[in-house]
Design a protein around this ligand. Structure first.
Ligand code: PHE
Ligand code: CO
Length: 277
C-alpha cells in the first residue's frame, strides 16, 4: 500500500537521491526468509479460483532459483523481460512525487523489511511481502503494467491541481483493493487483498461489503479506510477497460468538479450505483 502522509521530506542517511537503497538481500535472516515462504505457500494455495487470471499468470515470475524473499537482481531480470518494470528497494514510505516519478519510469518501490511472525495477518506499513507478492504479478501483465505507468504520470499531474487526495482513491480502489468480473466469476486483483489471507476471503464471500461496478468519478469521490477490511469494493469489467477509461479521460475537469462535491462515505450505495454479485 502507499499511503498519502509521510514523515521524512528528504532521503534518510544511506539512501540515494531518488530514495532507493540497496536491497542487501544477504542481510535477511533465515527466519525472515521463512516468513516469506510461509506467506507465499499460504497465499498461492488459496488464490486459484479467487485471484484474477492475470494475477495467477504472474505468480510464476516470483518462483526464483532460491526460496525466501526474492533477490531483486534475479526478479527484475524476469519482470523486465515481461513488461519492462523493475522493483527498487526503499526504506519505507516515500514522498508522493518520488513515488509517482518511480511509477512513471516503470520502477515499483518496495519496503525493505518483512513483517514479524506476530504480524503475519496484519500490519499497517507495506512490507516486502505485500509490495512484492501483492504487486509483482499484476506488474507482469502488459496492460496492467501500462496502467501503472499512466497512473504515475497522472499522479505527477495531479500534484499541480492539488488533487492527490482524489486521485489516491483511484489507486486504492484498483491497484490495492480492486475486484474484476471475469466470465467465470468475480475475482480479486488488488495487492492489498491478494496479500491478505483473510481479506481474500472477505472481499469475495462476506455479505457485508458493497461491491459496485467501477465508475471513475464515483471512485474518486469515495472515502476509504486504512485500518480494517474495506466496506466497498469496485469491480472492473476488464483491465483493458480500466486502462482505456483512465488514459482517455482528461482528469482536470473531473478534479474541478470533485472540489465542489462532498465525499461519499464508505459503505454507501447511491441510486446510480450498479451492485455486482
Ligand atoms: N488521464 C489522466 C489525467 O488526465 C492520467 C491518468 C491515467 C491518471 C491513468 C490515472 C490513471 O490526469
Ligand atoms: Co501496495
Amino acid at each position: 500500500m502507499q499511503n498519502i502522509s509521510h514523515v521524512h521530506q528528504t532521503p534518510p542517511a544511506g539512501a540515494n537521491s531518488d530514495w532507493t537503497v540497496p536491497q542487501n538481500w544477504d542481510r535477511f535472516s533465515a527466519d525472515e526468509h521463512a516468513i516469506w515462504d510461509r506467506l507465499f505457500a499460504r497465499q498461492s494455495a488459496m488464490l486459484p479460483g479467487r485471484a484474477a487470471d492475470a494475477f495467477l499468470r504472474g505468480i510464476d515470475v516470483l518462483k526464483l532459483s532460491r526460496p525466501g524473499i526474492p533477490e531483486y537482481c534475479e526478479l527484475n531480470a524476469r519482470l523486465m523481460a515481461a513488461t519492462g518494470w523493475q522493483i527498487v528497494a526503499v526504506p519505507g514510505l516515500v514522498p508522493d512525487a518520488v513515488f509517482f516519478e518511480h511509477l512513471a519510469n516503470r520502477r515499483f518501490p518496495a519496503g525493505n523489511f518483512i513483517r514479524t511472525p506476530e504480524q503475519l495477518d496484519y500490519l499497517q506499513e507495506p512490507d516486502v511481502f505485500h509490495d512484492v507478492f501483492g504487486h509483482v504479478p499484476m506488474l507482469s501483465d502488459p496492460v496492467f503494467a501500462d496502467y501503472m505507468v499512466a497512473y504515475g504520470k497522472g499522479g505527477l499531474r495531479s500534484l499541480g491541481f492539488g488533487a492527490l487526495d482524489h486521485l489516491a482513491r483511484l489507486y486504492w480502489y484498483t491497484v490495492e483493493f480492486g475486484l474484476i468480473q471475469q466470465a467465470d466469476g468475480l475475482r480479486i486483483y488488488g495487492a492489498g487483498i491478494v496479500s491478505s489471507f483473510a481479506e481474500s476471503i472477505f472481499a469475495l464471500e462476506d455479505p457485508s461489503p458493497k461491491r459496485l461496478a467501477f465508475d471513475l468519478f464515483r471512485v474518486m469521490r469515495t472515502q476509504y479506510r486504512i485500518d480494517d477490511f474495506q466496506q466497498n469494493y469496485f469491480v472492473i469489467a476488464s483491465i483493458d477497460e480500466l486502462l482505456k477509461v483512465t488514459v482517455e479521460t482528461d482528469f482536470a475537469p473531473l478534479y474541478a468538479r470533485l472540489d465542489m462535491l462532498p465525499d461519499i462515505a464508505i459503505g454507501t450505495v447511491l441510486e446510480d450505483d450498479v451492485l455486482i454479485g
